[in-house]
Design a protein around this ligand. Structure first.
Ligand SMILES: [Zn+2]
Length: 144
């Protein structure tokens, strides 16, 4: 249960003054859901993300859905998973956070588009050495 205490509450890396009730911040996976619940009864200008009751509703609903559907409680991210949209954005020169697998996929894609390793490093906002390190072994000879 989440309770409003009125005392200083540290949430992750944020510490809010005692006059602000803090629960989770906007980076929480359920922040959008909690905020939509809260939109029904409070103007968004009067709160950080959502009130305690709306956070609790969002978390309980999420928990109930997971139990009803038999979803695993802990999800281990696949280190080899490649978010194609993130790779696409990176290849357009946008600054996006990439996993190593995504960075390597972006390097390969730009290589096949004809970019040199130097041009790839500029496009991906990464060092030249990082680009070379991400080249798959079978492309090393073709990268020069
Ligand atoms: Zn609310």
């Amino acid at each position: 249960m989440i309770a409003e205490t009125g005392v200083s509450v540290g949430v992750g890396h944020l510490t809010h003054p005692s006059s602000v009730f803090a629960y989770f911040d906007a980076g929480h996976v359920l922040a959008g859901v909690a905020a939509r619940h809260c939109d029904e009864h409070r103007p968004s200008s009067s709160r950080m993300v959502a009130c305690g009751a709306c956070w609790e509703r969002a978390i309980r609903d999420d928990e109930r859905f997971a139990v009803e559907c038999g979803l695993p409680r802990e999800i281990t991210p696949d280190p080899d998973y490649v978010d194609e949209i993130a790779v696409e954005q990176a290849c357009r020169g946008e600054r996006v956070e990439l996993t190593y697998a995504e960075f390597s996929a972006a390097v390969v894609r730009l290589h096949w588009q004809g970019l040199t390793p130097s041009a790839i490093s500029k496009r991906l906002h990464a060092s030249f050495l990082a680009v070379l390190a991400a080249f798959p072994a079978e492309l090393i000879g073709a990268a020069a």
